[in-house]
Write a new protein. Structure first.
Length: 552
């Protein structure tokens, strides 16, 4: 047998392996030498740095004496800070009325964009459970939330937002001077004195063994756009946080889409807008001017991230004072006057020309509540209210401000236009809450008409005769219901939408399809066209509204 070690192929393989091993050791040796060289160089540098250097010519730093800055913000904070409180609430778990697996249209769904546009501090207007700003997750245990407030009476009366304490089972208040307790120390127990959802204002009280520090309310009418303001509160639970900004705008309305009757849904909420940074937890805290007086209460933010984006809203101090005085009264509630009408301001020039609005404005009566004060005084839909007790009324805000401030049981003198002729009447004042609750209780059924095309397309709409059920619900005799609207048409441009019930066009009654076609046939290009409409799917109290424009 031949020795395998002497085979030519075997010897060649061993030689190649030997060559590869030699090359590997050479590379490793080179790397090791580089590493050692680097260590030596580093050692030399390190040794130089560690040499003692003479620093006898260096001068020690000296901490200067405290200096008062010229802006004066710190003095204001020291003045008002002790009266600003931290509010935390606890809501006990309650059995849900919504079946498991069912999701409502609260914060999500199609409302996402609108909810991003306007969010209450406590996580959106659709929040469930307790109120407050920053809330715990939706676990099975108690839900806790944080907010702010400020003391206005040394006996312990505090103003905050209604949404901070709404639906809370326990409310606790911590003063800036209270010592920090353990995990179980939530603060002093507070009691709700009264709330007003219309303005989102609440008054709570804590017991006090000695007079508490208070903050003074200023006159919000004196605040000017551009004035410096400070917002104080507990954003994200960080108590006594201060941010500075200016008054960005006044008399600002938010979430002001009209209700079924064309009336603003938050007509008692007119805010001071500010760019002072306010965040979740600031709600209920004061917005103060440079005199240290409260000119507003931080209430809402415009945000797409639940954080400050430089647009915040504060309820004016004059509104706070008026509501507070009513909430601490023996009845602990806010009473507002009403004459029992739904109205619409003169927004369209076509409406103004057809119905005779004065150039200075006025309020167009859309609905008169049966047996209400205005009805008893003889007012009718289509009347234009121009003044109250001699004070001119330029829009619905003016009318609401004047009438709501009147005491139920009193009366006012209204001046109005009917058919172009001035008239006047003495109208009694009723309790708005009671009047509106009676209107809601008298609502009818929810029948809706079938979608039948009437064949009328001149205005870009198709209509059908209004069903007796809908007519009865709305309190009208006849009319036609819009079943479709052509995109880009005249009706689409003026906002005449599907489901609207037309009862009048340019002061001519519409009782059925024949009368509708007759009126429309007489309309010419360039004609001002105004529709009196009702909302078939709205409540009975929605009343009528007016939409119009110039026919192209």
């Amino acid at each position: 047998m031949m020795d395998s070690s002497n085979l030519p192929g075997r010897g060649l393989g061993q030689k190649l392996r030997a060559a590869r091993l030699s090359t590997t050791f050479l590379v490793l040796g080179a790397l090791s030498a580089g590493i050692l060289a680097g260590s030596v160089v580093t050692g030399k540098v390190s040794g130089k740095e560690q040499q003692r250097v003479d620093s006898s010519d260096a001068r020690p730093l000296v901490i200067p004496s405290p200096a008062n800055l010229s802006n004066g913000f710190s003095a204001i904070v020291k003045q008002v800070g002790p009266a600003v409180v931290n509010i935390n609430t606890e809501s006990l778990p309650k059995e849900s009325a919504v079946p498991k697996g069912h999701r409502g249209q609260g914060n999500g769904g199609d409302q996402g964009d609108m909810q991003d546009f306007f969010n209450r501090f406590f996580g959106g207007q659709g929040s469930q459970g307790g109120g407050g700003d920053d809330e715990d997750g939706g676990g099975p245990g108690p839900r806790r939330a944080l907010g702010s407030g400020f003391i206005v009476d040394p006996r312990g009366y505090i103003i905050t937002n209604n949404h901070v304490v709404d639906k809370a089972d326990h409310i606790y208040v911590k003063l800036s001077t209270d010592p920090e307790g353990g995990p179980g120390d939530q603060g002093r127990r507070a009691t709700v004195i009264g709330t007003d959802k219309e303005t989102d204002i609440a008054v709570i009280k804590i017991d006090a063994n000695q007079p508490l520090p208070t903050i003074k309310l200023g006159n919000s009418d004196g605040a000017q756009v551009g004035d410096w303001v400070l917002a104080i509160g507990s954003p994200f639970g960080l108590s006594q946080t201060v941010s500075a900004g200016i008054v960005s705008a006044k008399n600002r309305s938010i979430d002001e889409g009209p209700g079924p009757g064309g009336v603003a849904t938050n007509q008692f909420q007119k805010f001071i807008q500010t760019d002072a940074a306010i965040n979740p937890g600031n709600s209920g805290g004061p917005l103060v001017d440079l005199s240290g007086q409260v000119i507003g209460m931080n209430t809402a933010i415009y945000t797409q991230s639940m954080g400050s984006q430089g647009v915040g809203f504060a309820m004016p101090s004059n509104t706070l004072a008026n509501v507070y005085n009513m909430l601490i009264s023996p009845d602990h509630k806010v009473t507002r006057g009403s004459i029992g009408i739904q109205f619409q301001a003169a927004q369209s020039s076509a409406v103004g020309r057809v119905y005779g609005f004065a150039s200075t404005g006025g309020v167009l009566v859309g609905q008169v509540t049966p047996n209400g004060p205005a009805s008893k005084a003889g007012l009718q839909p289509g009347d234009i209210i121009t003044s109250v007790n001699g004070t001119s009324v330029k829009d619905g805000d003016d009318l609401v401000a004047i009438i709501s401030a009147k005491r139920p049981g009193s009366s006012v003198t209204l001046t109005y236009m009917r058919g172009g002729k001035p008239m006047s009447a003495s109208v009694g004042i009723a309790d708005r809450a009671k009047l509106f609750s009676d209107m809601a209780a008298n609502g009818g059924d929810n029948d809706t008409p079938e979608d039948v095309d009437s064949g009328q397309n001149k205005l870009g709409i198709k209509v059908q005769a209004t069903t007796p059920a809908v007519a009865k619900k709305l309190g009208i005799s006849g009319g036609v219901t819009v079943t479709s609207v052509r995109p880009g048409s005249f009706a689409d441009e003026i906002g005449l939408g599907q489901g609207a019930v037309i009862t009048e066009i340019n002061r001519q009654r519409v009782v059925d399809e024949n009368s509708y076609r007759s009126v429309v046939a007489g309309l010419k290009p360039g004609t001002d066209v105004v529709f009196v409409i009702h909302y078939a799917n709205g409540p009975a109290s929605a009343g009528q509204s007016y939409v119009g424009g110039t026919l192209p």
